[in-house]
Design a protein around this ligand. Structure first.
Ligand SMILES: Cc1cc2nc3c(=O)[nH]c(=O)nc-3n(C[C@H](O)[C@H](O)[C@H](O)COP(=O)(O)OP(=O)(O)OC[C@H]3O[C@@H](n4cnc5c(N)ncnc54)[C@H](O)[C@@H]3O)c2cc1C
Length: 425
């Protein structure tokens, strides 16, 4: 289908951020001229992938047709954006040529960088090396065939989406092993490049209690650098100068059969789950809208409170591509979208008095057992910012069954029926 070559508002990416933003814009102001570039005809509800990996949610139920969620009145350009030139307000595409815009919203998500760990590309999805990020069905296959041994869970030194996801599947695995009388034959370990188990103190305390409950060993300050799939060995490297942090915190660390060599240590595994290394999409990183230097290099350079681009006022960004120092989650996007939309409409109306409304809110629904969840909500300062309604009924510093029900049934329903429709933001 031939598309126009100019839109008042052009959105790149039709995942969580792109669809929520287009829907919210039309809720706020009917008749806007919006084009949305998205190549995929499937929309995946990613938060449920954790449950798929634990065999408690059907993979098919995480996927719905993209078409159903593109709001009426939005022109879906089923194509890849190849270039962003903010000086000429132009986005290049693979099949539809150049498209120009008055205002641009970038919602292109995050990119997997499998090359950043030696051996990962060759072995991911085989040899009991699994990731809910790439194929949760294989995680479940590995888990249900696990008969005991070392189950190792880790994450890379790069930013990742949903920083809690590598731990969620670990707690579910540990619970599964307990329920299937395999816990005595199993050694579970969490290895992270971070220096703490969680950035918010109250939840760090809870997660340590949960690790104790499951007898989960922990090693900090260590990143995965090499995976030898056929021999089932994973090698980690210390990420800093504090060797005591990367020691294995456990009553009996010998049980893992670790071999140490200088700053590296190698662990045999019978199950290895990891979040792959991640980074900004090439489209963004190679464009002038990206931070050109520093820690945020490659991510879109937005004001962290208004979500407006710092150098190109007609450009906004929401979601995983944004250079904002908070956890990359759908929950964060739910709070970003109303702010970005409000500010974009202000810019369109010639009002330069933008609202610095986004405080870095993000949340991590940490499933801690089949039937239990801890809801960690926080802001840029890592303050605990519990939901005002839920906190009336529940002590939100603790695990609850009601939160598990929210995760498994409530949030997917809210996502498909409310959030993607621009409601309940
Ligand atoms: C295992 C797992 C568990 C998670 N758990 C949770 C959770 O419990 N709670 C929570 O809130 N979040 C969770 N998340 C994170 C959440 O799903 C993401 O943060 C969120 O979906 C990001 O939205 P986004 O719009 O930035 O990117 P996405 O939803 O990934 O969408 C990006 C879109 O951009 C498109 N795109 C990319 N490049 C181009 C291009 N060049 N041209 C055109 N289109 C392009 C892609 O096709 C894609 O559709 C989880 C994620 C995973 C993987």
């Amino acid at each position: 289908m031939a598309h126009k070559n100019h839109y008042q508002i052009l959105i790149i990416g039709g995942g969580t951020g792109g669809i929520m933003t287009s829907a919210k814009l039309l809720c706020e102001r009917k008749g806007l001229d919006i084009g949305l570039i998205e190549p995929s005809d499937k929309h995946i509800y990613q938060p449920a992938l954790t449950l798929v990996g634990a065999g408690t949610f059907k993979y098919e139920d995480t996927i719905r047709p993209e078409r159903k969620y593109i709001p009426k009145g939005v022109d879906w350009i089923k194509d890849y954006a190849t270039r962003i030139d903010p000086d000429t307000n132009t986005v290049g595409t693979r099949e539809n040529g150049d498209i120009t815009y008055d205002y641009l919203i970038v919602a292109t998500g995050i990119k997997f960088e499998l090359d950043k760990i030696e051996g990962l590309k060759e072995t991911l999805g085989k040899n009991n090396v699994c990731s809910n990020y790439t194929d949760p069905r294989y995680t479940w296959e590995v888990l249900r065939n696990f008969k005991g041994g070392n189950a190792i869970f880790t994450q890379p030194a790069t930013p990742i989406k949903c920083g809690g996801a590598p731990q969620k599947i670990m707690y579910l695995t540990a619970d599964y092993l307990r329920r299937h009388h395999l816990a005595d034959k199993s050694n579970v370990m969490f290895v992270t490049p971070g220096t703490v188990i969680f950035g918010v103190e109250i939840f760090a305390k809870r997660l340590h209690e949960i690790c104790d409950r499951y007898n989960i060993a922990q090693a900090y300050y260590s990143k995965p650098v090499k995976i030898d799939g056929p021999n089932k060995l994973v090698t980690f490297e210390m990420t800093g100068e504090q060797p005591e942090l990367s020691e294995i915190h456990d009553k009996n660390p010998e049980r893992f059969g670790v071999k140490t060599e200088g700053k590296r240590f190698t662990v045999p595994f019978d199950m290895l789950h990891l979040a792959p290394p991640q980074g900004p999409p090439d489209l963004v990183a190679s464009s002038k809208i990206a931070h050109q230097h520093g820690e945020m290099k490659g991510w879109v350079e937005v004001d962290i409170h208004t979500l407006q681009h710092k150098r190109y006022p007609n450009v906004f960004c929401v979601g995983d591509s944004a250079g904002v120092p908070t956890a990359r989650t759908g929950a964060a996007i739910r709070k970003q979208v109303p702010v970005a939309v409000k500010n974009l409409l202000k810019v369109m109306d010639g009002d330069t008095n933008l609202v610095p409304g986004y405080n870095g809110y993000s949340s991590c629904p940490i499933v801690t057992a089949y039937g239990k969840m801890l809801l960690a909500e926080f802001d840029y300062q890592n303050n605990h910012t519990p939901d005002p309604t839920l906190r009336k009924f529940l002590d939100l510093t603790k695990e609850h069954r009601a939160l598990w029900i929210l995760k498994k049934y409530g949030l997917p329903w809210l996502y498909w029926n409310m959030m993607l429709r621009g409601k309940m933001m």
